[in-house]
Design a protein around this ligand. Sequence first.
Ligand SMILES: [Zn+2]
Length: 169
Amino acid sequence: MILRIIKHGEKILRTVCDPVDYAAVRKELPRILRDMFATMYSVRGVGLASPQIGLNLRLSVIDVRPEGKARRLVLINPVIVASSGELEEEEGCLSVPGIYARIHRHAKVTIRALDARGRPYEMTGEGMLARAFQHEVDHLDGKLFIDRLDFITRLKVMSAIKEVRKNWT
Ligand SMILES: [Zn+2]
C-alpha cells in the first residue's frame, strides 16, 4: 500500500524515535517494509524513514539503485560507527518536497544495523549511499536536512518552504 508521506511541520518528524524491539514487530515488519518501499518508489525516493509514514520506530529503508539496479536495504536501529571525508551535494527530502539545498556530509560512512530478518550487519557506503545513511539516521533522531544549513541559507529555505507547501498533499 502506498502511504501518505508526513511533511515538514508535522510533529513526528521532530521525534527521537524509539529503538525497534525486533521480536515485538517481527510479525508486522514484512507489511511495514513492503509499504515503505512501495511508498518510496512511488515518488522516486532513495530513502524513507518510519517517522515519515507516522511510525515512531528506528527503522529506515534505502535504495540508491547502484548501477541502475534495485538494491533494497533495511536499516533497523542503525548506528553510524565510522565516518570520514567530506562531500557537499544537493540534497532533498520526501518530507520537504520541492526544496533542494547543498548539504555537508561525510563522504564515507559505516553503519551497524539489523536487517529485515533481525540479523546484525555492518555496511560501508560512499557518496550517495553514505549520504543516504546520514540522512536516514538523522530522521530517526528527529532531524531534517534543512537543520544542517547555515542560518542565512536556512532563512531563505524556510521562506521557500512557505511558498511550496501550498502544493503539498
Ligand atoms: Zn528525508
